[in-house]
Design a protein around this ligand. Structure first.
Ligand SMILES: [Zn+2]
Length: 378
């Protein structure tokens, strides 16, 4: 339903906000309503495609634009198109113009000022000041070139040097264009190899120029459960609710790591630099026959992502996915309890003891948390 609706009607801002709110609440809380405190990562970052460091949740505004562009594409390619005007706004048309290249045939279809027919650029973009002077902006190329009508429409209005420079630039480019009677104008889409429009490429093109804030390939290619992948994605952005982040929010928190009673609990400390964590790593990696080279030392890296990348690179490709999966699962075990409990309560010593026991048994004996025999390691 949203797809059909969005392809015809531009989404009202309030509707988009309301739908995004429901998405957000479901993602972070599993409920219909939530507040900002539960949202660990900003919504625009979540909307980014996975290869740009995001979670790949669809951005409704961009998606609806990509859907609507199909009308403009069909108006070009489908001669029997029943509608005279497409349900597209000014931004849609500008984006379509920037995403297409028009090859001139007889010049009857392409619009002189709006379509990208001069080396893939539209005259309105090549000469924006000159464009402002034109009275009739929607005439086709053939009509404007006939008897140099486009020149007559602007020459008496040019008053500044900028307009004159733009006029000369445009005139020079147009000298190379020759109409070919009997051959219709054609259009190609810039963002696909075959030059044919697709909604997927139109959506993706709207992220061009985005900064990749996180290299997350290791996460999504790992052989493990999706919930572990999403957890690792939050962890690499240092957004899990460890003591440092709880302090930033002004929420109750422990001052020292609950495992070693040493430094402040951060994602980096809890998963990598804590002596307890390092012992667990050594045991888990030994169990799976992974041997880390000396340069991949736990204490040498300023963040988890760098250590992870360096460690993964030291294994052959077929073993790398298994290693990445194990890494995400172990990280989830380390951090899941503080995440849920410590955001609300100050942990009592007796509770800490229980948690320590739970972790040891969970790590060394799998799901048998009520195991009667002692764990293998302290
Ligand atoms: Zn510690």
């Amino acid at each position: 339903m949203p797809t059909y609706h969005l392809s015809v009607f531009p989404l009202a801002a309030w509707v988009r906000k309301r739908i995004d709110k429901i998405h957000r609440s479901f993602l972070w809380k599993g409920k219909a309503e939530t507040n900002g405190g539960h949202c660990l990562v900003s919504w625009p970052l979540i909307n980014k495609p996975k290869d740009l460091g995001g979670l790949g949740i669809i951005n409704l505004e961009k998606f609806s634009r990509a859907l609507r562009l199909r009308w403009l594409w069909r108006a070009w390619r489908d001669e029997d198109h029943p509608w005279q005007d497409a349900p597209c706004d000014r931004t849609d048309r500008l984006f379509f113009c920037a995403s297409t290249r028009v090859s001139i045939g007889d010049g009857r279809k392409a619009k002189f000022w709006h379509d990208s027919w001069l080396d893939g650029m539209a005259p309105r973009n090549l000469a924006p000041h000159l464009f402002e002077l034109v009275a009739r902006k929607n005439n086709p190329v053939a009509s404007e070139l006939l008897g140099d009508r486009w020149i007559n429409s602007v020459t008496n209005k040019i008053t500044t040097t900028t307009e004159l420079v733009e006029f000369v630039l445009l005139w020079t480019k147009i000298q190379d264009v020759h109409l070919q009677p009997g051959i219709p104008d054609s259009i190609t889409w810039k963002w696909t190899p075959d030059g044919i429009f697709s909604v997927k490429s139109a959506y993706r093109a709207q992220f061009l120029g985005s900064f990749r804030h996180l290299k997350a390939d290791l996460i999504w290619k790992a052989r493990t459960e999706p919930k572990c992948k999403i957890f690792a994605w939050i962890l690499l952005q240092n957004k899990i609710l460890t003591a440092d982040n709880l302090a930033v929010r002004g929420w109750p928190h422990q001052q020292a790591c609950t495992l070693c009673s040493g430094l402040l609990e951060t994602g980096l400390h809890l998963c990598l630099q804590c002596p307890f964590a390092q012992e667990v790593w050594n045991q888990v990696l030994a169990q799976e026959n992974f041997t880390l080279p000396p340069q991949v030392d736990f204490t040498l890296f300023p963040n988890i992502a760098d250590w992870w990348q360096c460690a993964a690179a030291s294994f052959p490709k077929d073993r790398r996915r298994v290693f990445n999966g194990r890494l995400q699962m172990v990280n989830a075990i380390f951090t899941s309890l503080p995440t849920f409990y410590m955001c609300t309560f100050l942990l009592q010593p007796s509770v800490l003891k229980q948690i320590g026991k739970f972790r040891k048994i969970c790590l060394w004996r799998g799901s048998d948390i009520n195991g009667k025999s002692k764990p293998k390691a302290a």
